[in-house]
Write a protein that binds this ligand. Structure first.
Ligand code: ARG
Length: 369
């Protein structure tokens, strides 16, 4: 069990103390408790090998982990993260049920709310719970006998794992995978209830044939395979969501060749000259796909942002952080959008590189998306 994850050891008092200093620094109204709290935590670690965060520490820790996520362009909104404290839950059944509740509650009729649900942390004896899917909602991928891919080619492996647990998909392009949860009791698969699943059909503002492509995407990107690390405590199951940036769908998920690879079909339908790369037919098809993604989420009332807006806000966020005297690490290769990079202000500068805590980390052995 928990083969893919490292075993945890006891919490280091120093990690806890550093975290508490940061917490009290930014929460000056609570500062009179500082010395007492630090002593109390050190003693608790001495006795039990770990400690329990207060509600306020947990909320601030989760928000600060978002603020420190150097690959995320959406950090302008870090203070708005809504924290659902579910640290008392640890069975597969309970975790799956609260993940589905997370999706219902962040949906808010389409006005998506950034949210994290935090389950029981790891203990000095080892991991408590892991969600194996990289997000709460993902589409299955199948490889036909002749080698053609059906569905999302990025998820062949987890699809096979779900099948080995008895799950059967329809073999279609957008079969929603069950949630795979690993706990001390073992591995279990949980089908998403229909009321927890929200999707958007992709249509184009002018090309009426676009809907015939049968494309869709899920509304809420909810990362589920990262560990939230706060003051030395590891929350191995802590799914969180914001909202989509259109290029994630229109320049990657539906476009990458090992995933949906839809540009050739769009190019043909647009009657583009596809005889050479130099006609830039791929680029033209991709821009129309991105327009379609934005138009579809907008017209179906689901929050989405675009790379121009989010780049501007990101620069504002960096400047705000610098004014607060904090280091603001960012990874250029993740921040610059995969289309029209040079048209956005994030392209034209470099950023600090640092690994700050609290943070979101992926267990070694897991792939990143
Ligand atoms: N790139 C991932 C996807 O396309 C989502 C990563 C997080 N993105 C976000 N907007 N919160 O599903």
């Amino acid at each position: 069990m928990f083969e893919s994850t490292t075993r945890r050891r006891t919490v280091e008092v120093q990690d806890a103390t550093e975290f508490l200093h940061g917490f009290f620094e930014e929460n000056p109204r609570l500062r009179e408790d500082r010395e007492k709290r630090i002593r109390f935590v050190a003693e608790e670690i001495e006795r039990t090998g770990t400690y329990r965060h207060t509600k306020r520490e947990l909320v601030w820790g989760a928000r600060a982990a978002w603020r420190n996520a150097s690959k995320c362009i959406g950090r302008f909104y870090w203070q708005s993260l809504h924290v659902r404290d579910r640290r008392d839950l640890r069975t597969g059944e309970e975790i799956a049920e609260q993940c589905f509740e997370h999706l219902r509650s962040s949906w808010r009729g389409g006005r998506l709310r950034p949210m994290i649900t935090i389950f029981a942390p790891d203990t000095p004896d080892g991991p408590t719970a892991r969600i194996l899917n990289d997000q709460l909602v993902r589409y299955a991928g199948y490889e036909a006998a002749d080698g053609t891919l059906i569905g999302d080619g990025q998820y062949l492996e987890i699809t096979r794992l779900a099948e080995s647990l008895g799950w059967r998909g329809s073999g279609g392009r957008f079969d929603v995978l069950p949630l795979l949860v690993e706990t001390g009791e073992g591995l279990s698969a949980h089908q998403l209830p229909t009321d927890a699943l929200k999707e958007v059909e992709i249509v184009h503002p002018e090309f009426s044939w676009f809907s015939e492509l049968g494309l869709r995407w899920h509304a809420i990107p909810t990362q589920a395979d990262m560990t939230l690390e706060v003051g030395g405590v590891h929350y191995g199951a802590a799914p969180f969501n914001g909202w989509y940036l259109s290029t994630e769908i229109g320049a990657r998920n539906l476009v990458d060749r090992h995933r949906y690879d839809v540009l050739p079909e769009i190019g043909r339908r647009m009657r583009l000259d596809m005889s050479s790369e130099r006609t830039l037919w791929r680029d033209r098809a991709m821009i129309e796909l991105n327009r379609a993604v934005l138009h579809s989420y907008d017209s179906q009332g689901v929050t989405i942002t675009d790379h121009h807006t989010e780049s501007r806000r990101f620069i504002e966020f960096v400047e705000r952080e610098e004014r607060s005297g904090r280091t603001c690490p960012a990874d250029w290769s993740w921040i610059v959008p995969p289309v029209s990079g040079g048209l956005t202000p994030v392209y034209h500068r470099y950023y600090d590189e640092a690994e700050l805590c609290p943070r979101f980390v992926r267990d070694p052995g897991r792939s990143s998306t």
